[in-house]
Write a protein that binds this ligand. Structure first.
Ligand code: IPE
Ligand code: IPE
Ligand code: MG
Length: 245
């Protein structure tokens, strides 16, 4: 951690927490056991992010596509979300963390919606780490919703077609209150984006690790941040332009 340059930290880190199922199978356990262990990693990574001084942390917990998993796994995950939020919110609150949820939350069971709303409300005044949980989230869903919202504004005469720009789109995404992530981490050796923040990750640095999510700890986050800090972010320019001499 001493090797981290505090002046070059990403403001926003996004993580695709993958590999819970494989971790469980490798330990001769049911897939759900892997999801329970995954919660331990969430706690550790939230603590580490706070300590390091990350301002925004987005965690992909459940995708729109994950609804197609076997009912026992989906139901188990829903119970786990409700229990975890109820259990963790007091500590999150104590640590000044502000909780947010993005995704098609209306699809979640009513008790999950209630738990989320309670957690969000209880931590809304906090000023520390913004912890954003993507639940029943998919980027194509989000972009489709944004298109609809913009169309409604045009139809109502509040916006003209000429006024639509990139900022209009950003403003109508579920992430409108957050800057784009500079770093995206995916665990468990999968090299894909799986419908996560397609628009927002346009210029993010990607970091992939074979580590299964239940094994992911502060050291792994620090490794990802060190790797990020070793990269030259060019944004279309030449190397000469971004770091002369
Ligand atoms: C990620 O782990 C958690 C969720 C998608 C809910 P997986 O459940 O995808 O684990 P693997 O990829 O099957 O190992
Ligand atoms: C992506 O993981 C979603 C989450 C981590 C919540 P998946 O395991 O569902 O992704 P695919 O299906 O392997 O692409
Ligand atoms: Mg997976």
């Amino acid at each position: 951690m001493e090797n981290l340059d505090v002046n070059k930290l990403p403001k926003h880190v996004a993580i695709i927490m993958d590999g819970n199922g494989r971790w469980a199978q490798e330990h001769g356990q049911d897939r759900l056991f892997g999801h329970y262990e995954g919660v331990v990693s969430v706690r550790k990574v939230v603590e580490a992010a706070t300590e390091i001084g990350i301002q925004y942390l987005t965690l992909y917990a459940f995708s729109t596509e994950n609804w197609d998993r076997p009912a026992t796994e989906v139901n188990g995950l829903m119970s786990l979300f409700v229990d975890t939020i109820a259990k963790e919110v007091p500590d999150l609150h104590k640590n000044n963390i502000q909780l947010h949820f993005i995704g098609n939350l209306a699809q979640l069971p009513p008790e999950a919606q209630k738990a989320l709303e309670a957690g969000r409300h209880q931590t809304a005044q906090n000023t520390g780490l913004k912890l954003i949980i993507a639940l029943s989230y998919s980027s194509r869903w989000e972009l489709t919703e944004a298109a609809k919202k913009i169309a409604i504004q045009v139809q109502a005469g509040e916006l003209s077609v000429d006024q639509i720009n990139e900022a209009t789109l950003s403003k109508n995404l579920t992430t409108s209150d957050f800057p784009d992530p500079e770093l995206m981490i995916r665990t468990s050796g999968e090299y894909r984006i799986s419908n996560f923040l397609l628009y927002q990750l346009a210029y993010a640095e990607f970091y992939f690790t074979n580590t299964r999510w239940p094994n992911f700890r502060k050291k792994d986050l620090v490794d990802a941040l060190l790797d990020y800090q070793s990269r030259e972010r060019r944004f279309g320019k030449t190397s000469q332009q971004v770091s002369p001499n």
